[in-house]
Design a protein around this ligand. Sequence first.
Ligand code: GLU
Length: 441
Amino acid sequence: MTTTRFAPSPTGHIHVGNLRTALMNYMIARKAGGTFILRIDDTDQERSKQEYIDQIQRDLEWLGLTWDRIEYQSKRLDRYAEAADKLREMGRFYEAFETPTELDLKRKKQLNMGKPPVYDRAALALSEDEKATLRDERGPGVWRFKLDHERIEWEDGILGHTSIDAASVSDPVLIRADGQVLYTIASVVDDTEMGVTNVVRGSDHVTNTATQIQIIRALGGVVPEFAHHSLLTGPQGEALSKRLGVLSIKDLRAQGVEPMALLSLMARLGSADPVELRTDIDALIEGFDISRFGAAPTKFDERDLFPLTAHYLQQQPLSAVADDIAALGVPDELAQRFWTVTRDNITTRHDLAGWWAMCREGATPVVAEEDREFVAQALEMLPPPPFTDDTWANWTAQVKEATGRKGKGLFMPLRLALTGQKSGPDMSDLMPLLQKMPQIG
Ligand code: GLU
């Protein structure tokens, strides 16, 4: 059965880049009627925080990306220790004692000689006595996985045929000197034991994949299908890494971005298919095909989220925003009208507050000098609120007759006086919502 997972490290908030990974894995599982696992990669106990775990769940729930199971790596440490023992028995695991400074020096020397900075496996030559001495002097070493120096190849769901020479990669450290199990092995053990069939992740993991394929094989697991999506850049192709902090799902939500706007963009961005607003996630799943995605960096511009958000809101019934509208204090009997009048004139649901303030308190009128007298005269003819559906038609007809103005010269100054804006809702519809007479100074 198709099984995928989204495996965030709870060391910060998830952002649009993570969302892309989550969404692709989610869609693969749902499309196949399979299982989607939320896996919390929390082996780094110092940097992992409960508040991030909670926020990740809130973010995914808000987006509607429901998971069938949640797993925590911190609860599976015994499984990883067992796998490590297995690798040790097989002679695929060795202890190394170089300090970070020594490793750095080695890398610099290699680079100076024009060689790739690959770990030289000096630790493999250590005798048991030498290791014991180093252990006494420096404490326990790190544990490295001994790669087989062969070409590691796989058919990548996005990159196509991919091949990496294992000799160009350092033997990965799987256990740190302080005993902390690292993601590289934990992930392999989990993917194998949880029956993960498809792994989609960012192309920054391509080298990891090569080493993980060897570890999976060493442990006797089945290699899943891998796909590596491109990384996001800013609109000009600039690195997004520094800005990802402000592109968290939580912040975008706070800015009023709608989940379906975000999902519609992220489900197609970087693919051969156009970005179109979908109002439910099933429609996105139906049209999703990972082979349509390209390997080139994908430009992301958060400004694209706002027209999609506006478009989404325009299609929503009152029930989608009823809570927000009630929270503003709009009386129930005006709620439907308020929504009908405003939904084409907002970008996000936060804009509703401005419209309600205008209805309740009156807008700051905008009156051109040459219209001052006309507007004053017209306002004298306006009966006080409550206004009705007919107020605008009756009033403007009377004003027209009294002043001889018509068309734009009649309507525009009145709209500006009542709303402070040149365009906006149909005035006949809006009038019954206005609770105060405009005051012009
Ligand atoms: N915790 C890893 C990350 O966030 C997971 C990578 C993977 O999907 O294997 O980068």
